[in-house]
Design a protein around this ligand. Structure first.
Ligand code: ATP
Length: 269
């Protein structure tokens, strides 16, 4: 578990301000969902948190240590899974420990027994132990993303960053993957950031929410504070009413009770 502090984070790409003076603190073990329209800065926030992208201004510290470069205790999961189709789920998961075993040992699968157990344990966490020997390319998109989560877990992170991990999945698979991600995060006490487009899925699985618009943090709060008006504010002109549809088809109101009902209902956005 790690405590994260972001102070005045700004990232510019030429004239584009992708992140504009963003500050927040996240206690160890929190599950944070980052929301916002396309181009609002979600990926940039996750990439700067991962150490892959240097900030233009401001500072990120994890447990008080400045985050200036990628660290093994911070793992990233991508939308395109980035797993190797020709390799089994097990081999893909095992490769998450490359920073410990070294490149050649990893390629030749000469890792020690403990490392191999970690891979099997991670596959178990994402419900794929029975498919360990299956080639990744013969798996569904949702299963491949779960392999990606397993590989990140083998890294033994304290912080998990998931950049739109379910963007390319159908609603059912997306919910399943989010369920495994949340369960993995809880089981292993990980501080987690996940960017999402699907508001209903976000409300169902999120604990805390950070909303970005034009690179600025415009919302930071917990689930009962994420009302329709906040969503409207985040998504502007985009029709958001349907994001709160319940199973009976009625549009949910802004009350907490109705918000709870909405998250148990249709998750298609
Ligand atoms: N490498 C880059 N070079 C130039 N501009 C970039 C780069 N990466 C991001 N941007 C710009 O920064 C802004 C924020 O982009 P970012 O990808 O963080 O948004 P996002 O909310 O993740 O969008 P999406 O949901 O479409 O992935 C956008 O205007 C984008 O065009």
């Amino acid at each position: 578990m790690s405590y994260i502090e972001v102070d005045g984070l700004t990232k510019r790409f030429g004239d584009t301000v992708a992140l504009d003076d963003v500050s927040f603190e996240v206690p160890a073990g929190e599950f944070v969902i980052v929301l916002g329209v396309s181009g609002s800065g979600k990926s940039t926030l996750l990439r700067t948190l991962s150490g892959l992208l240097p900030p233009t201004d401001g500072e990120i510290t994890i447990d008080g240590e400045p985050m200036n470069e990628p660290r093994p205790e911070v793992a990233m999961i991508f939308q395109q899974h980035n797993i190797i189709g020709d390799m089994s789920a097990y081999s893909n998961a095992l490769s998450g420990g490359v920073h410990r075993s070294g490149f050649f040992s990893s390629v030749l699968q000469l890792q020690d027994v403990e490392e191999k157990h970690r891979a099997l344990d991670a596959l178990d966490t994402v419900g794929l132990l029975g498919e360990a020997e299956q080639k990744a390319r013969s798996m569904s998109g949702g299963q491949q993303q779960r392999v990606g989560i397993a590989r990140a877990l083998v890294q033994q992170p304290e912080v998990l960053l998931a950049d739109e991990p379910v963007a390319s999945l159908d609603p059912g698979s997306a919910q399943s993957v989010m369920g495994y991600l949340r369960a993995a995060s809880e089981e292993r006490d990980l501080t987690t950031f996940c960017s999402l487009h699907q508001v209903n899925i976000a409300r169902k699985f999120g604990h805390r929410f950070i909303g970005l618009r034009d690179g600025k943090k415009v919302f930071d709060g917990y689930r009962d504070e994420l009302t329709i008006s906040v969503i409207d504010d985040l998504y502007g002109d985009i029709e958001t009413e349907g994001m709160f549809v319940r199973e009976d088809g009625d549009t949910a109101s802004e009350t907490d009770e109705d918000a709870d009902a909405a998250t148990d209902g249709v998750a298609t956005t």
